[in-house]
Design a protein around this ligand. Structure first.
Ligand code: GLN
Length: 476
């Protein structure tokens, strides 16, 4: 069966050309045929039952029974949820994350959980303690991370869309490397109830899809306040399906810092071509500087580990998942955490604990927070003059498996273009804008808080004009 986008799938179901059962069966078959290693857990039986129920219902729910995959950082009741970590091996949550529950209520059918860097720490999915995920464009390269499985599964046409989480770039960067659309909403837009926390002042859930419209459709069903997450916002304006074909009068600022240092020539060329396309559609292009953004990585790698070090203290072998054999309580904690966490997670816990230690707090954590404020101010100043900002999503295309895994600093630089928006809590979207040496390049558009509709609208117009054929060879 030919793969359809989510919107096409819904239309085909409503026209009686296919059914949820048929689409879900196809997605299950595709998820089982998984040379990319995108899936960790599958839920065929429950998915089949749910599809049948939706097909038989008197009234079709809005998402009509279209299959979806979920990053393994989101809790799914009775379905193993590991966050890519051995410490949660065998953990079956007793409840489902609000965002997943909302999608199920809207008629999406969960077929499985996707691979990820352990606790969402990484940029290549190589930090998963279970398996590698391979980029469908070139099996020798990484899919990006941490939501590598969710990006790869959409690129590989196993499912039309998926959910991921983004703390410093984990939706946008893998979307860029896999040639799909990835969107990180405004901080607080989507409930994090049931999201296994990494860095709570940064974490957001968002969609992966093949088109900007599918991305908007998915987001429209998960935004909104949730009494079980006090940081979730009362979302007063509905997410609209974008239709714009032009960008007349839209002021777009090109972020200077993100076109110069360390950007691969092929990425720069594709970005410049996209800028020319935007201009052709009527956008007013200017240059914008975010001077403090160059300190983004340094600030992020103090703030995110600091928050992670406290968030991950709950994994003690008492309440969830794996439990090591031990003689006494202290040994129990030490062995469970020593054996259960992988090297990157331990590195972050140590970094974060150090940054928060009383003698170092002001020098590291407090200073990083001040840098964060400066970055926020840079954005505020920029949005006085422009509507949206544009940059590459990732400085490079997909890199080789193994290339950066022993060099944390090289891995950390993958997010140089995405971290500033995360620190400022802003929405941003990555769309494919072309190829460099046969691998996809992602274009990032970002906007002020709550500018989701404007972002989708501009991204849609650009996507239509760029008309990138984002199907990897060998994928149908
Ligand atoms: N690559 C970044 C990190 O390792 C971002 C990860 C994320 O957004 N979850 O922390």
């Amino acid at each position: 069966m030919e793969s359809r986008t989510a919107e096409e799938s819904i239309a085909a179901i409503l026209a009686g050309e296919t059914s949820s059962a048929e689409l879900v069966e196809d997605a299950i078959r595709r998820s089982e045929d998984d040379p990319w290693g995108a899936f960790l857990a599958r839920d065929g039986e429950r998915a089949r039952a749910r599809a049948k129920e939706i097909d038989a219902a008197a009234e079709r729910p809005p998402l009509a029974g279209v299959p979806i995959a979920i990053k393994d950082v989101l809790s799914t009741r009775d379905l193993e949820t590991t966050a890519g970590s051995q410490i949660l091996k065998g953990f079956r949550p007793v409840y489902t994350a609000t965002c997943v529950e909302r999608l199920e209520q809207a008629g999406a059918v969960v077929v499985g959980k996707t691979n990820m860097d352990e606790f969402a720490m990484g940029s290549s999915t190589e930090n998963s303690s279970y398996q590698l995920t391979k980029n469908p464009w070139d099996l020798g390269t990484v899919p990006g991370g941490s939501s590598g499985g969710s990006a790869a599964t959409v690129a590989a046409r196993q499912v039309p869309w998926s959910l991921g989480s983004d703390t410093g770039g984990s939706i946008r960067q893998p979307a860029a490397l896999c040639g799909v659309v990835g969107m990180k909403p405004t901080y607080g837009a989507v409930s994090r109830y049931g999201l296994i926390a990494f860095a709570s002042s940064l974490d957001q859930v968002g969609p992966f899809a093949r088109t900007v419209r599918d991305s908007a459709l998915l987001l429209s069903h998960i935004v909104g306040q949730d009494p079980r997450d006090s940081t979730s916002l009362d979302w007063w304006k509905p997410i609209e399906m974008p239709t714009a074909e032009r960008l007349d009068g839209v002021k777009i600022g090109v972020i200077q810092e993100m076109l110069d240092n360390g950007i691969e020539p092929g990425v720069k060329a594709a970005t410049e071509a996209a800028i020319a396309t935007a201009e052709g559609l009527g956008a007013e292009i200017t240059e914008v500087s975010l001077p403090s953004s160059r300190h983004g990585i340094a600030a992020y790698y103090l703030i995110a580990p600091a928050e992670a070090s406290t968030n991950l203290s709950r994994f003690d072998g008492m309440r969830y998942g794996a439990r090591a054999e031990a003689e006494d309580l202290l040994e129990h904690f030490e062995r469970t955490r020593g054996e259960g966490f992988g090297p990157e997670v331990k590195r972050r816990i140590m970094l974060g604990t150090f940054a928060l230690a009383s003698g170092y707090y002001d020098a590291y954590y407090a200073r990083a927070q001040k840098v964060r404020t400066l970055i926020v101010r840079d954005f505020v100043a920029a949005f006085e003059n422009v509507d949206l900002l544009l940059s590459p999503t990732s400085p490079t295309t997909a890199f080789k498996i193994g290339e950066r895994v022993d060099d944390p600093y090289a891995m950390y630089t993958s997010d140089v273009c995405t971290i500033p928006m995360s620190l400022a809590g802003l929405p941003a979207i990555s769309i494919p804008c072309g190829l460099a040496d046969g691998l996809p390049v992602g274009l990032q558009l970002s906007g002020p808080a709550f500018s989701e509709n404007d972002l989708f609208s501009a991204a849609h117009a650009l996507e239509q004009a760029i008309a990138f054929d984002a199907t990897p060879a060998g994928v149908a």
